[in-house]
Design a protein around this ligand. Structure first.
Ligand code: SF4
Ligand code: SF4
Length: 166
């Protein structure tokens, strides 16, 4: 394992810890955002263990192969403690707009006004953990998401501030 992937794995662990401490009461009994999560390379082994054959690669981005994640059932995530970073961040995300990268909150989350109050104060910390290797994967994922996620194409998000690249 090279030092960059080692650093990214540590950052990912810290990000998981951070999100495990934020309790989104609003997300109880809601899986409205559970479409097609994507996975970082550093998450792939764990995700293969749970998603098994339900993973596809699109332009070198690993993601759930179904438009509706199969772990979404009865209003809950069946793998909540193992869900990928993409799911932990939502409705917060990094987007590309007019050639720059931005932190944004997707309005497709019905509770986005409430959740952004928890997420915005964490942006500086989350950003400090995003390594070059992780962001390179974000750049690829953003290109795929722009094509595949209609709320992105339709601008159904609120821009918070510019993303500071690592
Ligand atoms: S992030 Fe929003 S859409 Fe997703 S589960 Fe929570 S409240 Fe529902
Ligand atoms: S892993 Fe869980 S939180 Fe993520 S999309 Fe699937 S059901 Fe939703």
């Amino acid at each position: 394992m090279n030092s960059e992937s080692c650093t990214t794995e540590k950052a990912l662990s810290d990000l998981y810890d951070f999100f495990s401490q934020i309790h989104f009461e609003s997300c109880r009994n809601c899986v409205d955002c559970c479409f097609q999560p994507w996975f970082l390379i550093e998450e792939k082994a764990n995700m293969e263990a749970v998603f098994r054959n339900d993973i596809i690669e699109v332009d070198s981005v690993s993601m759930c192969n179904s438009p509706k994640c199969r772990f979404s059932s009865d209003g809950c995530c069946a793998i909540y403690k193992n869900r990928p970073l993409d799911c932990r961040l939502f409705p917060l995300d990094i987007i590309e707009y007019e050639g720059s990268y931005w932190w944004a909150v997707f309005k497709t989350c019905t509770k986005y006004s409430e959740l952004k109050q928890y997420l915005i104060p964490g942006i500086d910390y989350i950003e400090s953990l995003i390594t070059k290797g992780m962001f390179a994967q974000y750049e690829r994922q953003i290109e795929v998401t722009k094509r595949t996620y209609a709320p992105y194409r339709d601008g159904h998000y609120e821009i918070i501030r510019e993303f500071r690249r690592p």
